[in-house]
Design a protein around this ligand. Structure first.
Ligand SMILES: Cc1cc2nc3c(=O)[nH]c(=O)nc-3n(C[C@H](O)[C@H](O)[C@H](O)COP(=O)(O)O)c2cc1C
Length: 147
């Protein structure tokens, strides 16, 4: 089982709630899990794998609680070769071009840090579901052993 850091980006709590449900699920499956809502880049050394669960705000923007993490990671570029990651983006396709912009940005960042993506960006559309945490749990049910 893996040591997984869950990195959350959330404004109104949807991604936060989904991340907490993911923590419970992954812990019950035997993983060692820690949720980070105010992440510091140093945590990239602390885990074997990363699950990013982030909403998008503004016009394709990263939630404020992840802004510093993204900026610091781009400055320091702490490489994470061999570490697995997945990014789940909560968004709303009615925003058009900026749909899941933050998820795309975090996926690009973890790729630049040389992490190993276990999947393409997983996008969850508020136009299609009122319960994003259920989609997150369904996805984890199929993929958590890949961490
Ligand atoms: C002010 C505002 C701006 C938003 N901008 C975007 C956007 O640019 N792209 C997108 O895909 N979703 C956008 N959304 C939708 C949110 O990402 C979506 O509702 C998500 O579930 C919110 O999760 P949270 O409660 O964790 O912040 C926006 C929502 C709000 C309220």
């Amino acid at each position: 089982m893996a040591n997984i850091g869950i990195i959350v980006g959330s404004v109104y709590g949807n991604a936060q709630n989904a991340a907490e449900e993911a923590e419970t699920f992954l812990t019950n499956e035997g993983h060692d899990v820690q949720v980070h809502t105010d992440p510091d880049v140093d945590l990239l050394h602390d885990h074997d794998g990363f699950l990013v669960v982030t909403s998008t705000t503004g016009a394709g923007d990263v939630p404020p609680n992840l802004e510093l993490f993204v900026a610091d990671a781009r400055d320091a570029m702490p490489l994470i070769p061999n570490k697995k990651f997945a990014v789940i983006g909560l968004g709303d396709s009615s925003y058009g071009e900026s749909y899941c912009g933050a998820g795309k940005e975090l996926f690009a960042l973890f790729s630049e840090l040389q992490g190993n993506a276990i999947t393409d960006l997983v996008s969850i559309d508020a136009m299609e579901t009122f319960a994003p945490e259920e989609d997150v749990l369904a996805w984890l049910g199929e993929h958590h052993t890949q961490f």
